[in-house]
Write a protein that binds this ligand. Structure first.
Ligand code: HEC
Length: 143
């Protein structure tokens, strides 16, 4: 009987420990997801910038603007779960309509840029991306 109780207590303890561990892992996954989305945006801007400055061949200028637009659109889902952490300010989830509007703006600007670039290539130029407008409000200062 004592052994059975001991085993049951052990199982209960393990279950109790496992639950918070799973919750932490999920939060980390959520933060990783949105940070990876943002890194993808950063990569596209780096590529587009090098193309605009003619440092690398610019045949894929329109394609990278298209990738940027689609990545920005995917950011909405990445930021939907309220997980305060990383460099995200909690105000994102108090003002989610405004936050999503800022993402929509970026999607629109990048999509318009991609459409122009499909017609004229890199000569269409780099659209005025609105990254900073959101970072200034919703991202913690880089420490
Ligand atoms: C609507 C708001 C918003 C827009 C628009 C936005 N960002 Fe971000 N970005 C954030 C937030 C919030 C974070 C912090 C994420 C975190 O750490 O939880 C972030 C983080 C980043 C990071 C750091 C990722 C890391 O952890 O290494 C990069 C790079 C980045 N953004 C690039 C961009 C670029 C480039 C654009 C424009 C093409 C852009 N962002 C547009 C909100 C935005």
């Amino acid at each position: 009987m004592n052994r059975l109780l001991g085993t049951l207590t052990g199982i209960a303890l393990m279950a109790g420990l496992a639950a918070p561990m799973a919750a932490r892992a999920e939060d980390k996954d959520v933060i990783d997801y949105r940070q990876n989305v943002m890194k993808t945006l950063g990569s596209q801007v780096a590529i587009l910038g090098a193309m605009a400055q003619k440092k690398i061949p610019n045949d894929n200028f329109a394609a990278h603007l298209q990738i940027l637009a689609e990545t920005a659109a995917s950011a909405k889902a990445a930021f939907t779960p309220k997980v305060v952490g990383g460099k995200s300010k909690a105000t994102i989830w108090d003002n989610s309509a405004d936050f999503n509007k800022k993402l929509d703006e970026l999607v629109q600007v990048a999509t318009a840029g991609a459409t122009a670039a499909k017609a004229q290539g890199a000569a269409a130029g780099m659209p005025r991306l609105t990254c900073k407008g959101c970072h200034d409000v919703y991202r913690e200062e880089t420490k």
